[in-house]
Every structure is written in C-alpha cells, then in structure tokens.
Write a protein that binds this ligand. Structure first.
Ligand SMILES: [Zn+2]
Length: 704
C-alpha cells in the first residue's frame, strides 16, 4: 500500500536516509499539502473499510487496523520529521515560513486520526479479541485506546461538545497564561546609572546590561560607565541575585521576580483568575473522562501507579532533604558571619544565591572554563564509545561520507554488534547561532521495524548538541556540562538504537511512559563522575596531562553543593503541582495560593515572602505539558540513580561484573523500550522495584 517510489520527490520518499539538500522550502510548500491530501484520503478509505467490517460483524485483525494506521503515521513522521529536523538545525526565514504554513494541517491530521470514532471502535474490537495478540501488541493497543479516550473519543452528544469546548478554552488559557508571564517578565526593567549600584557584578553581566540599555535607547551605554538596564529574564536576573553586593537591589529585583503576573498593585497582568479557571476546567474534564481529578488523568499514562505512590516518593526525598537544607542555610549564615555581613542573623530569600556563591568560592573555586582543555571532543567521543563497548559490547565507528548530511560539521557513525551493523547516528555537535536551535536533543531519523518484504530497517538517530566549535587548529574544547549533555543525549540515543523491538509503536523510546523516559539518559550522565571513565578521557589536549586530582574532587563536590536546597525546591514544586490537581476545587475552602503555603510549611526552609506569587509564573503546569507531571523529574532521577547503583553494588573496579551488569542493562532497559511495563523492565534489570536510596546518596543527603 506504500506509495513511496523512486520517482517521487525526495520529501515524500517516506523511507531510507534522507537526502537533505532536496528538502527545500519550495518542496515543503508544494509537496506537503499533496502528502496531507493523500494521507487524508487514505484515512477516509481505511475508516470506510473498518466501518463496513464492523457493521457486518467481520472479524478485524491487527493487520487490518494497526498496520495501515502505523504506515499512515510513519509516512507523515518521515516527511514531517525531516522538515522539522531541518527547521531545528538549518533554519532560514524561508524554511521557517514554509514549516509554519504546514504545521496546522499536520496537527489537524493527528487530531482527526486520534479522535476517529470508527478507529476507536475498531480498536475496541481488537481489544475484545486480545487473546490473539502477543504481549507487545496488547500494550500498544492499550496505550492507543487510552490516548484516544483521553482525547474524549469515548464521549458523545452534549458531553462531547462540552469536552471539546473546554479543551479549546484550556488551550487558550494556557497560551494567555504563558504570554502574561512573558509580558510581565519583559515589562519590568530597572535602569542603574551609579557605578556604586552595580557593585559586585561581573564584567560579562555588565556587558549584557549595557547592551540591554542600548537596545532600550541609551545609545551611549557602556559596560564600564553605564547606564545598565536590569530585567527579570533569567540571563540577567540570576547573576544579579548571585553577585550583587547591594542587598537592597537584590531585594528589589527578587520581589519583582516572584510577583510577576500576579496583578500586584493593580497590574493588568494577573494570572490568579486564570489559575482557578484552568484548575476548575481540568477537574471537569477529568470527571467527564471518568476520573476523580486531573492527577488521575495524568497518571493514567505514566509509570507511577497512583497519587499515593508519587506522594510516598516525594515524602522520602523531602524527609532526607529538609534537615540537610536547614544545615545548608546555617552554613550560608555562618559564611555571611565570617565575612562580617549584617544580614548573617536574618538571611532572606534574596540572600541565598549570593551567599551560596560566596561559600562555593570559599570551599572550592571550580573554574569551569579552565577545565575545557581537558575535554576536546574527539577524546570525549573516544571515552564515550569506549564506555559503550565496555558496558554494552557494541563498537562504534566513524562512517563519514556514507550518508548525506545537512551541514559540513555533521558526523555519521555506525554501531556494530559482533561485526554486524546494528544502528547508526548523526552527530551535529557545534552551535551555529542564527540557524540552529539552542539546547541539545536526540531525535529519531529511522525507527527499527521490518519492511513489508521482511527486510529489517535499522534505527538511525539524530544527536544534536550546541557546544563551542573548533577554532583553527584547536579542537572543540568542552565544558564539563557539555560533556554531561553529550552523555545524556547519547543515553536517549542508545535506547533508540539498541532496541530489539520490531514493532515501531513500541521500539526504542516509543511507548515509554513519560516519567520513565529519562532513565537511560540520566543513567549515562552518572558515568561522567565515574573515576575510570572520567580520568580515561580527561587529558589536556596539548600536553596530554591527566585532569588534576584536585579538579576531579571539585567536580564531585560541585555535584552535591546545596543539594538539600535543590532537592527540597523540586519536591515543593512537585507536591504543589500534584495536590493542586487532586485536592483543590472551587469549593474546597482555600485558594490555590493557600494550599501552596500550607505545603511550603514542610517543603521550604525559608517561608515564601508575602509578595511571592510563584504560581502565577509556574508555566510548566499552567502553560506547558507538566500538569500533575512535574514529579517526573525526580521520579526518573530515582530510576537512573538506582540503575547506576547496580554498578556501584558490584564495584566500579570489578571489570567482569561491570560488563555483566552492563549487558543486563542493554538486554532490559535499552532493548525492551516500550514493549513492556516500565516497572517490569526495571525489575528485570535490578531484580526489585526502584528505591530512592541511591538518589538520596548521590544528592549528598546522607551523612557518610
Ligand atoms: Zn533527556
């Protein structure tokens, strides 16, 4: 049924490694509408076939329902995937415009398939005959049915109309919430003209502040003489709190930041009413879908079984973190005392970053720039590939030139298993301001599957980073954070590439629950702190000298510095998010803010100040996809730390055991992907259910 043939334009080929240079903005504009029309027509035909079979009572097979749906989805994923990929790594105004112009049609097609009544009934039919399906098929089907149910496909009549209207309103409210945070952030500035007011601020920040002043009309502004324009965006806000020696200034900036979009002093940007409306609508949606509250809806699609399970985990972390966070606050006060600061006896929230930075300098001055020469990219790759060979028994070799690439910087590598090709990946390591999106990510180019004739399709990944490019003869010298980022993305890539699942709906990262998907990535980060791994790759690129022992110790110390406060902060956010979506409703007798302050009593060591309206800028849950899911950060960290501790348990120097444990990790977490319940996958690797002990230890929350 595939219409992909050699004579089709490249953008519609639908299989194989893309020839990127043929995916032009013109091709996007002219061919994607044709693809959407084709897919839409084929979906209609499929719906008609299914409708006929259902009404006649003809038994439907997996091959009659799921395979054609998968093929339709895959053709869209291949074509639109490569367009989105290029939009991220080779952006141009023309491509951005072409991409934006087609986006709505792509989303619409997904909605149509995801809300099709006929397809839903066909899936229910398969579900009734699930004894004919294998375990992987059953899990794919269950996930598909659940996703369609959560889109409201099981509703009818007035209930469905109300559901759709509320979904629409929720989408608009989220957008408005996010925009108001953005407007409030951008709407506040403070111009400083007196050098005494910028006391303590580093030169790089003064540069930024002067540039902001110039953009705002002070054309003569300079880093040395000012004026300097402060703002609430992170790149300007965070360093002011960290470095400003002017306590009054820190307080002023802090108060402005925590009260953003809260309608303070009659400000029109007020997210309070939106918060109540969003929570109320989500509660109603949940009840329409047959759940008690929105937390249950969120957890229906996650590894965590219940709100109680999430609460229990957060309580373990809170219990471990709170006493440590108190000691850390005392240590900051002691540091202030030693330096003769008047506020030592009365530290306020706007003092914490400042004194944490001072204490960090006192205890260990880690200059992250000075470490760069020890981490040239080729050496880091050698270390990473060597680790993968050691743990997973795979070899990775350069295959540059064997596949078309989208930029000269891009490398192509092959993964071999016992000499046999297993997978491949592109690595696009360097930042290209102006044409490449910031950040780092792994994305799927090809997903493991089998063609209709039975030949295997091997998985191929895109690995994208944004580190400093080489200059002249100097290779790309990485910061330690960039090394961690590369290991992180490579962990996602390993799960994509080492999968043994041949049904693409459950291969690699597909079908993996959202709160479990960061397990392999964060697992790989742990190895950056492993002595053998780190010391094996960290050598000065010119002299070949190993990383000094003292620097290694500083890296370990930096990892747990202020670890209690950091953990407690995440627990606070996660608990607030969870309980707002389970306990709060309009008639519960308290406002969302009152509920938050109640939770703050046990999850903060410095109570929120009166001005603190953090909820009004909590975009993750009110403008993003994290509603009743913020806990996932910590949940996945528990999994990854516990997985790493299996290696610690056998002894990181015990080579034979490390290899054996590595193979087991490959055969479970990396191989099984979304084909099994994540709890079963974890247990297959670890021999038991996850425990938070390792994360608590790695975060420095236990006395040693
Ligand atoms: Zn990740």
């Amino acid at each position: 049924m595939s219409t992909a043939t050699a004579s089709r334009p490249e953008i519609l080929r639908g299989e194989g490694l893309p020839r990127f240079e043929e995916i032009t903005p013109e091709a996007v504009s002219s061919e994607i509408p044709k693809l959407m029309a084709e897919l839409s027509e084929e979906l209609t035909v499929l719906e008609q076939d299914l409708e006929r079979a259902l009404s006649k009572g003809t038994p439907l097979s997996w091959g009659a329902v799921m395979d054609p749906l998968q093929r339709l989805g895959e053709r869209l994923r291949w074509s639109w995937g490569v367009v989105s990929h290029l939009n991220g790594v080779c952006n141009s105004p023309e491509l951005r415009e072409a991409h934006a112009a087609q986006q709505a049609a792509v989303v619409q097609f997904g909605n149509r398939a995801g809300q099709s009544q006929v397809i839903y009934r066909a899936l229910e039919h398969l579900e009734q005959h699930r004894q004919t399906l294998d375990a992987t098929q059953q899990r794919i089907l269950a996930a598909e049915l659940r996703d369609m149910q959560l889109r409201g496909v099981g509703l009818s009549g007035a209930e469905q109309d109300a559901f759709n209207a509320a979904s629409q309103e929720l989408a608009e409210l989220s957008t408005r919430f996010g925009n108001q945070v953005l407007d409030a952030t951008n709407g506040w500035t403070l111009k400083l003209s007196d050098p005494a007011q910028v006391d303590g601020l580093p030169a790089s920040l003064l540069d930024q502040l002067a540039q902001a002043a110039r953009q705002a009309g002070d054309t003569d502004a300079s880093a040395e003489k000012g004026p300097w324009l402060l703002g609430l965006d992170m790149p300007r806000y965070a360093p002011v709190l960290k470095y400003s020696r002017r306590r009054d200034l820190r307080e002023q900036v802090y108060r402005a930041h925590v009260s953003r979009a809260s309608g303070k002093n009659g400000d029109a940007l007020n997210n309070w009413p939106l918060i109540e409306r969003i929570l109320t609508l989500r509660g109603e949606q949940a009840r329409r879908l047959g759940y008690a509250n929105w937390a249950e809806v969120s957890l229906a699609a996650k590894m965590a079984d219940s709100e109680a399970a999430v609460e229990a985990l957060l309580e373990e972390l809170r219990d471990a973190a709170q006493p440590v966070a108190k000691q850390e606050l005392q240590a900051l006060a002691d540091c202030a005392q030693r330096q003769g600061a008047a506020e030592a006896a009365d530290l306020q929230p706007w003092d914490v970053s400042f004194w944490a930075e001072k204490l960090r300098q006192e205890s260990f001055e880690l200059d992250s720039e000075a470490l760069r020469p020890y981490f040239p990219l080729p050496q880091v790759l050698e270390g990473l590939f060597g680790l993968c060979q050691r743990l997973f028994g795979i070899s990775i070799e350069a295959a540059d030139g064997e596949a078309p690439v989208w930029h000269d910087d891009v490398r192509y590598f092959r993964i071999l298993d016992g000499g046999q090709p297993l997978a491949a990946f592109y690595l696009d390591p360097y930042s290209r301001p102006g044409s490449k999106r910031g950040g780092a990510w792994m994305d799927e180019c090809l997903v493991r599957s089998r063609k209709a004739d039975g030949t295997p399709v091997l998985p191929v990944a895109y690995l994208i980073c944004n580190q400093s490019p080489p200059v002249g003869d100097t290779p790309s010298l990485m910061t330690f954070e960039e090394v961690e980022t590369l290991f992180h993305e490579f962990g996602h890539g390993l799960q994509h590439m080492l999968t043994t699942v041949e049904r693409p709906q459950a291969a690699g990262i597909n079908g993996v629950e959202w709160d479990a998907v960061e397990l392999p990535s964060q697992f790989m980060e742990n190895w950056c702190y492993d002595r053998a791994t780190l010391m094996g790759m960290a050598r000065h690129w010119q002299s070949g000298a190993p990383l000094p022992e003292e620097d290694y110790r500083k890296l370990l110390a930096a990892r747990t510095f202020m670890g209690g406060a950091a953990t407690l902060r995440q627990v606070h956010f996660a608990l607030v998010d969870l309980r707002l979506h389970s306990q709060w409703h309009a008639g519960c007798g308290k406002s969302p803010e009152e509920l938050r302050r109640e939770i703050a009593e046990s999850t903060t060591v410095l109570a929120p100040i009166d001005d603190d309206a953090f909820l009004c800028s909590f975009g993750h849950i009110f403008a993003g996809g994290y509603a009743a899911g913020y806990y996932s950060y910590k949940w996945a960290e528990v999994l990854s730390a516990d997985a790493f501790s299996a290696f610690e348990d056998v002894g990181l120097e015990n080579e034979a055991q490390i290899r054996e444990t590595g193979r087991r990790f490959r055969d479970t977490v990396l191989s099984l992907g979304g084909s099994l319940d994540p709890k079963a996958v974890f247990e297959a690797f670890r021999g038991r259910q996850p425990s938070s002990d390792a994360l608590i230890r790695h975060s420095g929350l236990v006395a040693v």
